[in-house]
Design a protein around this ligand. Sequence first.
Ligand SMILES: [Zn+2]
Ligand SMILES: [Zn+2]
Length: 353
Amino acid sequence: MKAAVWHGRRDVRIENVNEPPPPPPGQLQVKVAWCGICGTDLHEYVGGPLYIPLARPHSLTGVQAPVTIGHEMSGEVIAVGEGVDNFKVGDRIAACPIIGCHVCRWCRSNSMAQCDQVAFLGTSWTGGALAERLNLNAYQCFHLADSITDEVGALVEPFSATVRAVVQSGATAGDNVAIVGAGPIGLMALMAARIRGAKRVVAIEVAERRIQAARLCGADAVIDPSRQDPLKRALEVTCGEGFDVVIECAGLPSTILMAGRLTRTRGRLVVMGVFEEPAALDLTDIVFREKIVSGSMSGYGLYDETIQIMTDPRFRGDVLISDRIALDDLIGKGYHGLLHEKDQHVKILVRPE
Ligand SMILES: [Zn+2]
Ligand SMILES: [Zn+2]
């Protein structure tokens, strides 16, 4: 069968690989419907390996490069391993990429994403989602609601991460929420905050296309810090209240610094951006105004809630999906499109058959 295989930096090949074996106990075999391209896939392509085991096999799964990539997937169950009773052939699913050891303190306290030996679908698992078929642990799979299409189902994984960031921020119905950076994750964080009932959701963004997308995704206001003083504008658009919660989704030194300052006294800053190097916050401001800063990583544990939120008509999959391509076009239209025409795209989905 056909798959996208990472061999090295700037060396991802579409090639024939072995079919997965019949699913072992506790696993399912899934035929992939759609797989989204994620920012981390681009990092692995341009600057990797980041999470792909190269020098030695992964301690938990034994997987080592070359590996089949892809982790933002929807699909259909085509075979069920022994001992799996909550799925049957024909079920439509979305998958969580996290694979844990089940014995460390984090796995035992329901925080598998923090597992000491964590493995991920698409970097260190036996199969990747940019392939026609793969085996997954049943605990990684979640039933898709009937009203969610296979295409939108491929957005469950990235959206779950933003749902978790909003949950972690403690945002309540009376809160003003700012989203810094309206790229794919920022737009999803915006909708997650909106649908979970924040009072106002405001995007901070400079690129014109993304400003438009933020409006379509339900932003009450958009602040363009290249044209307006963001701190002054923040007070204007929140009637003097400021932002109770700020979610940083851009991952740049300038945006994290601004995100910290935009957070009100005793407000909460949640960092989702992935930074190439350590970046600064104004720590005197954090100390004097007693701001709370936390990171947020993956949507582990919130998949069913995420799928429920996505059935809300305010979830705009149509704004998020900017292109659909075949597996053969992964490098040309997919990676190069996202790397060189960044503002033209939000999420590109790949059909791996
Ligand atoms: Zn991803
Ligand atoms: Zn563990």
